[in-house]
Design a protein around this ligand. Structure first.
Ligand code: PLP
Length: 393
């Protein structure tokens, strides 16, 4: 038996373990000081009422012979897919029901989709970005090249036509930078992909934070995307499903490579290796898309957005360069006085007991930058802003 040696090439993820170690050490030596965590990428507000009620009602159904459900359709129940179809239609995207696949979250499908592609493809990944794209392709031994995101391109790299890539990852709104592609910029990527026989894996996990109507929430709002893109979305940040687990993946029926239909291939993959998301959870997800559900989740999203504004305002006041926070829960700032990401991390922890995430943990272009999130409580966010204000004075 030989193991998959590619696993030995995955970089150890020291980022969050190093943060935890530093914070624990500081806390032990400074028991009188309150630490505020603005580094987390997890939501803190609970599921909304309408969702909880739907989950309870579905659990009751499961305890009654007449309404009990066993194995469900691997690609998800029509009641939920219909709601997602209508949601896309509200952004002028027309989808067939069988282009929508219900998943247990974006991370699983972002990794699982790679089953469909050959190992000799070249993968293009933005730097900095969510680390899962690099790690999943490293596990498969694929060659990875990077698209540099930096202050010169507002952290939104565009295609370089002299470079040949087969699988392209785009994340918009981006984690960690909060940068969002506009329609023209996405069109440039779509044209590149269609002209180069490449596929775009579009991660829209944070689409619900977009309020600027001119910015695309889905890549399928742009012409030509259905012949070159797959979209991954999630209810994790939209509706607080990080622990509940539900998302969806859109695989257009027009997507064909080497005369093989990718939608059919994905259906075959899912029906073989996946048994679907629990009925109870899909009923909870359905409730997200009802009128009451949308109203309630919007209240939570507004709460996070207000937190982002509180952080952004104090940075603005002290002329700290930053982006994000408006169409995203993340604020991406340039560390003052040319500090490195980890120097700034230590500086904030020691002086004002604020914990953020060093940008260098998301790729080499993240060095010198820092990520703060709006997922904390209002009280803590306000207190953090006051401490930052004093420190930066
Ligand atoms: N994509 C991005 C860019 C993320 O930041 C995250 C989670 O932080 C995910 C996907 C994973 O989402 P899910 O909880 O649906 O697996």
């Amino acid at each position: 038996m030989n193991i998959n040696k590619n696993y030995q090439n995955i970089a150890e993820s020291y980022l969050f373990s190093t943060i935890a170690k530093k914070v624990n050490e500081f806390a032990q030596n400074n028991t009188d000081k309150k630490i505020i965590r603005l580094g987390i990428g997890d939501v803190t507000l609970p599921l909304c009422k309408t969702v909880v009620e739907a989950i309870k009602a579905a659990a009751d159904e499961m305890g009654i012979k007449e309404t009990f459900r066993g194995y469900g359709p691997e690609q998800g129940y029509d009641f939920l897919k219909t709601k997602i179809q209508q949601y896309y239609l509200s952004h002028n995207v027309v989808l067939d029901l069988d282009e929508i696949f219900i998943s247990d979250g974006a991370k699983s499908d972002l990794g699982n989709i790679l089953d469909l592609f050959d190992f000799d493809n070249t993968v293009l990944v933005p730097d900095p970005v969510y680390p899962v794209y690099v790690d999943t392709n490293t596990m498969a031994g694929r060659k990875i090249i990077y698209a540099n995101a930096n202050a010169d391109n507002n952290f939104l790299p565009l295609p370089d036509t002299t470079i040949k890539a087969d699988i392209i990852y785009l994340c918009s709104p981006n984690n960690p930078t909060g940068a969002v592609y506009n329609k023209d910029q996405l069109k440039a990527w779509i044209d590149y992909a269609n002209n180069n026989n490449a596929i775009i894996l579009f991660d829209s996990a944070y689409e619900c934070f977009i309020t600027d109507e001119t910015l695309p929430r889905s890549i399928f709002e742009i012409d030509g995307a259905k012949t070159c893109a797959i979209e991954f979305c999630s209810l994790s940040k939209t509706a607080g499903f990080t622990g509940t687990r539900c998302g969806y993946t859109v695989v257009p029926k027009d997507l064909e490579f080497e005369n093989v239909n990718i939608n059919k291939m994905w259906l075959r993959r899912q029906t073989t290796k996946f048994n679907g998301v629990p009925y109870i959870i899909q009923r909870g997800a359905e409730a997200v898309f009802t009128k009451e559900g949308q109203k309630e989740i919007q209240e939570n999203l507004n709460y996070y957005k207000e937190n982002a504004k509180i952080i952004s305002d104090v940075l603005k006041k002290h002329n700290i360069w930053h982006i994000g926070g408006k169409q995203s829960p993340y604020i991406w700032l340039k560390c003052p006085n040319n500090m490195t990401s980890w120097e700034f991390f230590d500086y904030l922890l020691e002086n004002v007991q604020i914990v953020g995430t060093p940008g260098s943990g998301f790729g080499k272009n993240g060095e010198g930058y820092f990520r703060l999130t709006s997922f904390g409580s209002r009280e803590n966010t306000q207190e953090a802003a006051e401490r930052l204000d004093k420190l930066l004075n």
